[in-house]
Design a protein around this ligand. Structure first.
Ligand SMILES: Cc1cc2nc3c(=O)[nH]c(=O)nc-3n(C[C@H](O)[C@H](O)[C@H](O)COP(=O)(O)OP(=O)(O)OC[C@H]3O[C@@H](n4cnc5c(N)ncnc54)[C@H](O)[C@@H]3O)c2cc1C
Length: 539
C-alpha cells in the first residue's frame, strides 16, 4: 500500500500540531512555511542579543503539549481520552524529553488606572482575600461566579471541548444546555451579573482579549478560560515559547516529517474531473514556481487568505469572496519589543502584567466597533527575564508590550500613528513608574503594527487572532476544519473550530486530524510508514 501524502501550509502552532498528528497517523507530511523560521505568530525576533517571543507567551493546558510529544508512528493518540484522569500534572514525562516547562505565579498582575492591582492566580482563598481588600461588596458574587463558571467549564470544555460542529443539528443538540448555563449572553454582561465593582468586572472578563475576543461581544462560554487556567495553571517554557516551537519541529522531524522554510504557497492546486464531481485538492504551487503534489492539503494560513488568494473563485460555492468578507475579523495589535538595562532597584512587576486604562467599555468600542485609535490604551506587558534571564544579555531585561488596536478596516495611517503610539506607550511606562527611567535605560526597541499581520503573516485586514469569536462566529458558524468546497482540503488553526489561542489551535489540530482519519481510514496503514515510501514529489 502506498503511503498517503499530506501538505501542511504554515508552521504556526496549529500547523505544527496537525503535521505531528498526521505524520504519526501514517501520512508522509511536508510542511511548507512562508517565513525563514517556524512558529507563525510565535516567531522569535532576535535583536541586539535579545530574544523576543513575538506572540504567545501565556502557555496553558500543558497536557495538550504532553499528548503531542507522546505521539509515536502508528499511534495517533486520537482514540485516547481527551482529558484523562491519570495524567500527573507535575510529571509530563514526554514533554520533559523536549523542553523545560514551568508554572508561573501569579498568572497575571492586573493594574487598574488608580495604581491598585490584583494578582490573579488559581487559588480561591487568595482571590477572596484580594477581593475583600479591593471590592468587599463582590465577595458573594465571586462565590456565585466561581460555581457558575465551573459549570460552564465542565460542559463547555471538558465535555464539549472536542466536539466538532460540522452541521446545524450538532449545534442545536447543545443549545438548550448553553442557554440553561447562560453561556450565550455576552461575557461582560455575564460578569456584571456577579460583580458590582468595575475592577472585578474587568478582572473576570479581560482574558478573551488574549484570543481576539471583545469582552462586550464574546459569549460567556469564554468564562471557562478562568477555569482552564485555574485547573492546569499558566506555564512558561524556558528559552521562551520559541523553544516549544523548536521542540515541535524536532518531534515532527523525528517522526519522519519534512519541513521547508522560505516556501510561500501561491495557490492550492484544484482539479475537477467531471461536471458533477467535487473539485479536489491535488497539491500546492509556490510563489517561486515549485509544485508539491499530495493526497491532501491542510492550510494553517489565514482563513480569508486561504480561500480568497489561494483558490480560484469558480471552485468556491460555500466560501465565495462576499461571504469571507462579510465575516468579522479580530482586532489587530501594536506590539513593542524592547530591551533595557537593569538598575539597582528591582522591577516591581510580574512576568505577565495587564495595565488597564480608565475607560474599559469605551476603549473596547473604539477598537472593535468605531475602529478609531483611542487616546487611551490598555496593554499586556510581558517580562520573561523575570523568570528566564537567558532571554537578554547579562544585566538586561527583555520585554514586550501588546496594545490592542483596530484592524486595517479602519482609517488609520500606521506609517505615522505607529511610531507615535510606541512613543506614548513607552513614555507612559516610564512616567507612571511601571519601569522607572525606562527611556534612559532602553537599549533596543522595535515594533509591529497591523501592517505586519497583513504582509508578513498573511492575515486578512491585519487581524491579530483570525475570525473574531462572536456568538455568530462560534462552533458551526466558524470556518470549517474540513472544506465544504474542495475535497481533500482541510483547515487548521485559530480561524477554525474551536478558535484562537495556543491550546485551542492544538485542539483544532486534533479535530482536523479526526476528520482526515474519518475520510482516509481505508488508506491509512501506519505500519508501512516510511519516508522511502513517499509519493510526494518536489518538482
Ligand atoms: C502578539 C500575540 C500574543 C498572543 N499571546 C497569546 C498567549 O499568550 N497565549 C495564547 O494561548 N495565545 C496567544 N496568542 C494567540 C496565539 O498566538 C494564536 O492563536 C496561535 O499562535 C495561532 O496559531 P496558528 O497556527 O493558527 O496560526 P499562525 O501562528 O498565524 O501560523 C500560520 C502560519 O502560516 C504561515 N503562512 C501564511 N501564509 C502562508 C503561505 N502562503 N505559504 C506558506 N505559509 C504561510 C505563516 O507564516 C504562519 O507561520 C497571541 C497572539 C498574538 C498575535
Amino acid at each position: 500500500m502506498t503511503t498517503p501524502t499530506a501538505t501542511v501550509i504554515g508552521s504556526g502552532f496549529g500547523g505544527l500540531s496537525l503535521a505531528i498528528r498526521l505524520q504519526g497517523m501514517g501520512f508522509q507530511v511536508t510542511m511548507l512555511e512562508k517565513l525563514d523560521k517556524p512558529g507563525g505568530r510565535a516567531y522569535v525576533r532576535e535583536q541586539d542579543g535579545f530574544f523576543f517571543d513575538m506572540g504567545p507567551t501565556v502557555i496553558t493546558v500543558p497536557q495538550f503539549i504532553e499528548e503531542l510529544f507522546s505521539i509515536e508512528l502508528g499511534d495517533d493518540s486520537l482514540e485516547r481520552a481527551d482529558f484523562p484522569d491519570d495524567v500527573n500534572p507535575v510529571a509530563y514525562p514526554n514533554t520533559k524529553r523536549y523542553c523545560d516547562i514551568r508554572p508561573i505565579a501569579p498568572f497575571y498582575r492586573i493594574y487598574f488606572d488608580d495604581g491598585s492591582y490584583f494578582d490573579y492566580n488559581g487559588d480561591p482563598e487568595d482571590t477572596r482575600r484580594q477581593i475583600k481588600e479591593l471590592a468587599p461588596e463582590d465577595l458573594d458574587g465571586y462565590e456565585r461566579f466561581h460555581d457558575d463558571a465551573q459549570q460552564i467549564f465542565r460542559r463547555g470544555f471538558m465535555e464539549l471541548g472536542y466536539t466538532y460542529f460540522g452541521d446545524i443539528p450538532s449545534m442545536l443538540a447543545v443549545t438548550p444546555d448553553l442557554l440553561k448555563l447562560d453561556a450565550i449572553r455576552n461575557l461582560f454582561r455575564f460578569a456584571k451579573k456577579y460583580f458590582k465593582s468595575d475592577k472585578m468586572q474587568r478582572v473576570f472578563s479581560f482574558e478573551t482579549l488574549l484570543v481576539g475576543g471583545n469582552p462586550l461581544k464574546v459569549p460567556a462560554i469564554y468564562s471557562m478560560i478562568h477555569f482552564v487556567e485555574k485547573t492546569w495553571g499558566i506555564h512558561y517554557v524556558m528559552g521562551g515559547t520559541g523553544a516549544l516551537v523548536q521542540a515541535y519541529v524536532k518531534k515532527f522531524q523525528e517522526l519522519g516529517g519534512q519541513v521547508e522554510y522560505n516556501a510561500e504557497v501561491a495557490e492550492i492546486i484544484v482539479e475537477k474531473e467531471g461536471w458533477f464531481s467535487k473539485p479536489q485538492a491535488k497539491g500546492v504551487k509556490l510563489v517561486d514556481g515549485r509544485e508539491f503534489q499530495s493526497d491532501i492539503v491542510c492550510s494553517n494560513a489565514d482563513y480569508a487568505t486561504t480561500y480568497m488568494k489561494m483558490i480560484p473563485s469558480q471552485f468556491r460555492t460555500w466560501n465565495p469572496d462576499w461571504k469571507v468578507k462579510l465575516m468579522k475579523y479580530s482586532m489587530s495589535l501594536v506590539v513593542i519589543y524592547f530591551g533595557f538595562k537593569k538598575t539597582d532597584e528591582p522591577l516591581d512587576l510580574r512576568h505577565h502584567n495587564i495595565i488597564l486604562s480608565e475607560h474599559y467599555a469605551e476603549l473596547l468600542t473604539d477598537i472593535f466597533d468605531r475602529k478609531v485609535l483611542s487616546g487611551e490604551f490598555s496593554q499586556y506587558l510581558h517580562i520573561p527575564t523575570l523568570t528566564d534571564p537567558s532571554m537578554a544579555p547579562e544585566g538586561h531585561h527583555a520585554a514586550y508590550t501588546l496594545i490592542p488596536v483596530p484592524h486595517l478596516g479602519a482609517d488609520i495611517d500606521w506609517s505615522v500613528e505607529g511610531e507615535a503610539l510606541v512613543d506614548r506607550v513607552l513614555t507612559f511606562l516610564d512616567e507612571k513608574g511601571y519601569i522607572p527611567n525606562l527611556r534612559e535605560n532602553i537599549v533596543t526597541q522595535s515594533f509591529v503594527d497591523p501592517r505586519y499581520f497583513e504582509s508578513v503573516l498573511g492575515s486578512y485586514l491585519g487581524n491579530g487572532f483570525g475570525v473574531e469569536p462572536t456568538l455568530t462566529q462560534t462552533a458551526f458558524f466558524r470556518p470549517h476544519n474540513r472544506s465544504e468546497d474542495i475535497q481533500n482540503l482541510y483547515l487548521v488553526g485559530a480561524n477554525t473550530q474551536p478558535g484562537a489561542g495556543t491550546p485551542s489551535v492544538m485542539m483544532s489540530a486534533k479535530m482536523t486530524a479526526r476528520l482526515v482519519k474519518e475520510d482516509w481510514l481505508a488508506q491509512l496503514n501506519p505500519v508501512s510508514n516510511s519516508s522511502a515510501d513517499s509519493a510526494q514529489v518536489a518538482k
